[in-house]
Design a protein around this ligand. Structure first.
Ligand SMILES: [Zn+2]
Length: 411
């Protein structure tokens, strides 16, 4: 398991007001069902010593090669969707109705998980993949993100599409009311629209920072309409983006020194980007007000960096952290220093971290112990580890040790 540190930002709350340092484990509902809800909760709470379960209740497609035979099937697959049966009456105002994930077959195991967490005094956080809901895109291609070349994504819905925004608003509200979680984490909220990597394009991945930003920017019909209404010159914005990308693709000289510089010389495209940030933030603020439980947004640090570049134009905590790649760049003795570097500019009390529970390339859990302890010492209030279903039996001891050490450092 490689990848980046992700982080999440609290909307309107300081994480540190809500809790002392606590570690959570992301547990997929199918793993809870296959191993038994009580058995998994007892393991997470009793054996691993985590005080929280993070339960993804809306996801994209998943194919999981499972390390433990106790889970039944070695490979688990789902086309994604909503992992509980939503109440249809709530969704009358949107044409995008929630699609229940294919593997559930009419069962409702999420209720038992919520109950089990409460009985054990554990926190329950629910996570919802916002723009990536698997089969939803195939069913509603009109609501997909569309890049400047007019190509619709097969993975992501456009958050500025009114039907998508309403679906996600009601979904968040329903989850808050039905499962009464201690917090909701919204994932996949990419401000730009497109996750360029998820599209798995064959092609030269040669875009620079500005190129990546423009390649991910949505220009779907809903976006063009809304931008136009807000007096953004959408035609010039699209032309500017397409010209820039064409130049990069055709091997022209790299012109992007910085996003700020680019924004100054391309006012319509910069206006469009700023409008997107503002729209998504105002949607988030409304969702936060309706749910009455803390709402966190999980963002890849890269995306946060992009957004931060525009932070001068919108009301958003300014962050410009560096990417910390866990696949090898974390040197255990320097973990604290590296994490501190990565958190530079973050409002640490409002920032949590999501880390892989174990790294198969590492010989042992030293790196995890160092990182978790460093997070606690640096005042990061909350760390979640993903994920329970991918954790081999033989590596559980190191997770338990890391959670215990960090707990001591954070209190
Ligand atoms: Zn759009």
């Amino acid at each position: 398991m490689t990848g980046h540190l992700f982080s999440w930002l609290a909307i309107g709350d300081r994480l540190s007001d809500l809790m002392s340092f606590r570690t959570g484990i992301v547990c997929s509902l199918w793993d809870l069902v296959d191993e038994g809800v009580d058995a998994v909760l007892d393991c997470v709470h009793g054996e691993l010593g985590a005080g929280r379960v993070v339960l993804p209740l809306a996801t994209g497609p998943v194919t999981q090669l499972r390390p433990r035979v106790s889970t039944g099937q070695r490979i688990f697959r789902t086309g994604g969707g909503i992992h509980f049966t939503a109440e249809p009456d709530r969704y009358e105002a949107t044409r995008c109705k929630p699609l229940v994930a294919d593997w559930l077959h009419g069962r409702h195991p999420a209720d038992a998980v919520a109950r089990g967490c409460r009985e054990r005094g554990m926190e329950l956080w629910v996570s919802l993949a916002t723009a990536d809901l698997g089969r939803m895109v195939a069913k509603h291609p009109e609501a997909a993100v569309k890049n400047v070349f007019g190509d619709g994504s097969q993975h992501r819905l456009c958050l500025l599409n009114a039907d998508v925004a309403e679906l996600l608003r009601v979904l968040t509200l329903e989850v808050a009311q039905r499962f009464e979680p201690d917090a909701i984490v919204l994932t996949g909220l990419m401000i730009l629209g497109l996750d360029w990597q998820a599209e798995r394009l064959d092609g030269p991945p040669r875009f620079g920072v500005v190129g990546r930003l423009l390649a991910g920017l949505c220009f779907c019909e809903s976006c063009r309409q809304q931008g136009g209404k807000a007096d953004v010159d959408m035609e010039s914005a699209a032309r500017g983006a397409a010209d820039y990308l064409s130049r990069e693709l055709e091997g022209g000289p790299a012109t992007d020194s910085s996003v700020g510089e680019w924004a100054r010389s391309n006012p319509p495209a910069a206006d469009w980007l700023a409008f997107r940030v503002k729209s998504i933030l105002s949607w988030l603020t409304a969702v936060r007000a309706a749910t009455r439980c803390p709402v966190y947004i999980q963002m890849e640090l890269d995306d946060r960096t992009t957004v931060a570049k525009l932070a001068g134009r919108v009301d958003l905590p300014t962050v410009e952290p560096r990417i910390l790649n866990l696949s090898g760049s974390v040197d255990p003795p320097r973990a604290r220093e590296q994490l501190a570097e990565c958190l530079t500019g973050c409002d640490v009390e409002r920032t949590g971290l999501l880390l892989p529970a174990f790294d198969p390339t590492a010989p042992d859990g030293t790196r995890l112990v160092q990182l978790l302890t460093a997070a606690a010492e640096l005042g990061v209030p909350s760390v979640n580890l993903f994920q329970y279903g991918l954790l081999p039996h033989g590596r559980m001891q190191e997770v338990r040790q890391a959670i215990r050490f960090a707990g001591r450092s954070g209190n």
